[in-house]
Design a binder for this molecule. Sequence first.
Ligand SMILES: Cc1cc2nc3c(=O)[nH]c(=O)nc-3n(C[C@H](O)[C@H](O)[C@H](O)COP(=O)(O)OP(=O)(O)OC[C@H]3O[C@@H](n4cnc5c(N)ncnc54)[C@H](O)[C@@H]3O)c2cc1C
Length: 826
Amino acid sequence: MSFLLWLILFVGAGLTLAYQRAGLRRSTLLMGGLVLAYVIFGDGSLLWKAVLVALAAGMAALNLDDLRREHVTRPLLAKYRKLLPSMSETERQALDAGTVWWDGELFSGAPDWNKLLSVPTPRLSIEERTFLDGPVNELCSMLDDWEITHQRADLPPEVWAFLKKQGFFAMIIPKKYGGLEFSALAHSSVLAKIAGRSVTAASIVAVPNSLGPAELLHKYGTEEQKDYYLPRLARGDDVPCFALTSPRAGSDATSITDSGVVCHGTWEGRETLGIRLNWDKRYITLAPVATILGLAFRLYDPERLLGGETDIGITCALIPTHLPGVQIGRRHFPLNVPFQNGPTQGKDVFVPIDAIIGGPSMVGHGWKMLVERLAVGRCVSLPSNASGGAKAAVALTGAYARLRRQFGMPIGRFEAVEEVLARIAGRAYIMEATRVMTVGALDLGEEPAVPSAIVKYHLTELGRHVANDAMDIHGGKGIMLGPRNYLARGYQGVPIMITVEGANILTRGMIIYGQGAIRCHPFVLRELRAAQDADEDRGLREFDSALMGHIGYALSNAARSLVLATTFARWSDVPVHGPTRRYYQHINRFAASFALVSDTAMLLLGGKLKKKEMLSARLGDILSFMYLASAVLKRFEDQGRPDADLPLVTWACRDLLYCAQERLHGIIRNFPNRFVAALLRVLVFPAGRDYYMPSDRLEHKIASLVVNATETRARLTEGLYDVVEPRNPLGLMNEALRLADIADPLEKRVRKAAKDGQIAEREFPEMIDAAVAAGVLDEAEGRELHEFDTRVMALMAVDDFDPEELARVQLTPERHAQTERRVASG
Ligand SMILES: Cc1cc2nc3c(=O)[nH]c(=O)nc-3n(C[C@H](O)[C@H](O)[C@H](O)COP(=O)(O)OP(=O)(O)OC[C@H]3O[C@@H](n4cnc5c(N)ncnc54)[C@H](O)[C@@H]3O)c2cc1C
């Protein structure tokens, strides 16, 4: 046999074993057998044969566990311990928070699709559906966003009362305390529906159901605290807020300097052990109207009254806002989305030690509590608001693009507008699919820390793109503020979603991959824990087992990346047939390449990777895009594979996986070690970048799906408040869209008559009359077209104001001086 054939045999056997993740023993047997065959039948030199035999012997020796542990693993473990990046206690707590879910499968480089496909389709209970169709619809019909955002800068009192009475602030509170005890899906669907109507109202409803007193009490509170506070919160007798952020501590929230000192003081006339608190917080949602303040502060016990450390660490307590020393009531003005938000200060406020959430045993556990709850809450509030807003944007913009005519035809038929419409629709599909899949995971008991960061970041970013695109298609109609503008407040509110619950730049650069690399990796956390094990022998055994697994995993990912990229993943095994099969296979390919590049980056950069935020962000993006694409595929299955939705599914998968490819390329292009980068390029892109963006033809199809009253459009915008009533633009737009199917042929006849010279008039209403007179339309058709035109023009109209009406505050000399003084004093 020629040298070339032997080479093919060796490389083929190696790749097959690695691709299939064969164990060390099986690989040794096969490769050893091959070497033996080569020694007997091969015609290579003696030296070459000796090298191969030595390699096979080395491989065989690795199978002897004791020998390997002593002579290979022990020295490696010693080196690994020296390289271990330092980790603060707060970082450790963040890593321990939550569970690993589908993110772990994607990280493995070979996701088991059966696991995702067997997850039951998330469904609302009858009670939850009734709430959405009843009180939520009633709320939506009460909301007048212009009145809320411009005239009152608040919700009207009757809306506040309705929210409290119907339990909107108690969706996460158990029934036994008077709450609604909704599933995460229902909670999220309520927020999404309200967000499609008023971002301000959605933000107000989101906060008490998010990370805050109710959530913290429910999970960590003492029975006494729960029994007292939860019914009050459920009834709306108490309005909660949660105060963590302070002027010097924003993203770096663990650096708060707000303090509590353990001491004796007087509480309700009795001497008691308690805490004297001082704080200065800002940006706190609901603070101006809160009656109970969840406060995060650093607790000190200089006199060791609690018997432990003097610097105890971050602690959370509940502070009634009527206490002497609490300042509350002033408001910030967040970007014309005037939900209640403001600063609060506390000066020497004394509370008993029982005010600590969970009681004295929870001192110093504040940060752990916060990151654990954030692992859940982050995937509900903001993603639901973003997805609800995006669905509303699709419904409104699709209809607008059909009804608004320029150059004699609907603007939604111009190719350049179609491209933007397709983007909006594709992104809304991704957002809704990801929202539903992730809250569904919460309802199954998962607390998916990494997906929650992915979902928070990507849904709010996609929301930003959708808002921009929707504004562009609306032209001046989107820009002129007033009661008729249904887009601008959502557009203005986008940066709020981007900033809160982990500002997005930080979430992308530090959190998604920073947590994912250790949490989701099948071996890294095991290695880390083994290296830190105080029991030397147990640590060595565990490290050895994790290390062997890790080496096999790395070799396998290299082989899988090369094979899947070379074959376009065409033969990759996935459990789905039909038009979406290829996308499962493509994700398999990118998962293998991602796992390879991620491992290489961790190996070569170690702890420095934490500071290489640009690389880390791109790695996080790839994981995220695969997560989002999985959600799209899962939604398509869960909805019964409707053929009509395939253009959206195709667009979403193509767009996400194209972006994943570009990020992979970006990492290799910027990888600090150029030799390794060249090697990675061969393994990841043997034929160059070969994944393409969605085609123009596909975008044309999608645009026509959303500018017409199709089933796909209805499915995509399901769950919004679309009742046809005078102040609901969504209901009115949907109605006009349905009528457009009747009006369009009539209008065509009128325009043709004008073109043929039968009609001389130029203004459309007069053209209709002339068309009736000329017999182009009969009387009834003329009336119908007039009505339709009036309806459309009302929807296209914008507001104008008296100059005095716009100057809302009369600038008296006193008021001017007051503002000047405030600015000057900083
Ligand atoms: C409308 C609104 C409501 C809010 N509600 C509450 C509330 O109810 N309770 C509460 O406690 N807080 C609340 N916040 C505070 C919010 O959580 C913080 O604004 C947020 O944590 C960011 O802090 P910062 O604004 O000080 O920005 P900074 O921390 O100063 O960050 C500025 C920029 O730098 C980036 N950045 C910072 N560090 C890094 C890093 N290491 N790597 C990469 N990028 C980095 C950030 O991503 C951001 O883009 C609210 C804020 C707003 C605007």
